[in-house]
Design a protein around this ligand. Structure first.
Ligand code: ADP
Ligand code: ZN
Length: 369
């Protein structure tokens, strides 16, 4: 069964597009691409995906009856760098890309961000289709139109907001997902559920009633991914460019970014950092906004069942605080922190003070090590 979801960006871009969640890349999807009547199709992917899904790529070429000029990027976040764009721009232009062309992005967040950035800038913008292959990219990075590349001094420092024409999520890709990647996606899925009560209750039911997530069947994954995307899509539809509401998607990310930058993005995956950051956000919300203690315990239990890490990873409050202050989302020297009053009730106009953070981090250390 195919699931379809509409994103409707209401301001600025005013663009509507569909996200399809399916078990395979089926003929209906091919038709949807053909219906767009692009002049040329280009495919960007990374070395891993190219190797693993060679047959799929060949099939895509064949079924679309085109010859996508495949560009294979080196795998890994460090290659999502501005310096690597030059070569790709030139290759695409040499191969005759024009303004009616489309770039298909096949990969995780790294490929999606890079391909999206290229699509949004080459010839002042060509069409983009996202085909995410990781759980994280399906529920998060391929949705919402943020695309960017890295500079030496920081991640995602150069980028744009650029909405795709279509997003195709093919659950089948998850079968080969590396171990670490599951936590990445699950942490963001959990974050989304904390921003919407109905989604939370539905996820809770699945976690409590079904076996380990590795054994969830395709139907369950379709449902979980659909509901998670819906939370993000709703928020992005109302505030594409993060002028206010979209900031709630940064729940747990203040601490997550600090953990990542403290470890030079090497030791922990994004999800492992986000998961810990979510716990901090819940503890601070208990203290500041009386977030319910029993609900806190329930959430922690669910996170444990998903094997999401909860501890402070051995970092002192001083170290984390220092890095919180470098975070690019800090505006006007204030720490814009997302709290929760309740599930589905984020609060984003309070400032985070050093004392408050340190007390919260100490409590997290006491509780989870
Ligand atoms: P994300 O940013 O979405 O977490 P990345 O683009 O950094 O993902 O990809 C993480 C790693 O997983 C990369 O090495 C990538 O090549 C690989 N990868 C992506 N999708 C799959 C998949 N479906 N199966 C196996 N490996 C994958
Ligand atoms: Zn994130």
């Amino acid at each position: 069964m195919s699931i379809k979801l509409k994103i409707s960006i209401q301001k600025n871009t005013k663009k509507n597009y569909f996200i399809y969640i399916d078990e395979e890349f089926n003929d209906n999807w091919i038709k949807l691409i053909q219906n767009k009547k692009y002049s040329k199709h280009f495919l960007l992917t990374d070395q891993n995906i190219y190797k693993l899904y060679k047959d799929f790529i060949v099939d895509l070429e064949h079924k679309l009856n085109i010859n996508p000029k495949i560009i294979v990027l080196k795998t890994g976040e460090k290659n999502k760098h501005l310096k690597n764009t030059y070569e790709v721009y030139e290759a695409l232009i040499k191969q005759g890309i024009d303004r009616k062309s489309v770039i298909l992005s096949l990969g995780g967040g790294v490929v999606g961000d890079f391909a999206g950035f290229i699509a949004s800038t080459i010839l002042r913008g060509v069409s983009l289709i996202q085909i995410p292959t990781t759980l994280l990219a399906m529920v998060d990075s391929s949705i919402g139109g943020k695309v960017a590349v890295n500079l030496n001094i920081g991640k995602n420092m150069v980028g744009t907001f650029y909405q795709p024409d279509i997003v195709f999520c093919n659950i089948n890709f998850l079968k080969t997902l590396p171990e670490k990647e599951w936590i990445c996606g699950l942490a963001e899925i959990f974050k989304h559920s904390l921003l919407d009560k109905k989604t939370y209750l539905s996820l809770k039911k699945v976690i409590l009633e079904e076996s380990h997530y590795k054994e969830w069947n395709t139907k369950t994954w379709q449902k979980i991914i659909y509901e998670s995307i819906k939370v993000k899509a709703n928020i992005v539809s109302k505030d594409e460019k993060e002028s206010h509401l979209r900031a709630v998607l940064n729940l747990g990310h203040t601490v997550a970014h600090a953990i990542e930058s403290l470890t030079n993005y090497q030791k922990f995956s994004h999800g492992e950092a986000v998961s810990r950051g979510l716990v901090t956000a819940l503890i601070l919300s208990k203290k500041k906004l009386n977030f319910s203690e029993s609900l806190f315990k329930e959430i922690i239990n669910l996170m444990m069942l998903l094997k999401l890490p909860l501890n402070t990873a051995g970092f002192s409050e001083k170290n984390i605080w220092k890095h919180i202050q470098y975070d690019k989302k800090n505006q006007y020297d204030k720490i814009r922190y997302i709290y929760l009053k309740d599930i589905g009730k984020p609060v984003y106009n309070f400032e985070l003070s050093r004392e408050e953070f340190e007390l919260g981090w100490k409590e997290q250390k006491q509780l989870f090590g």
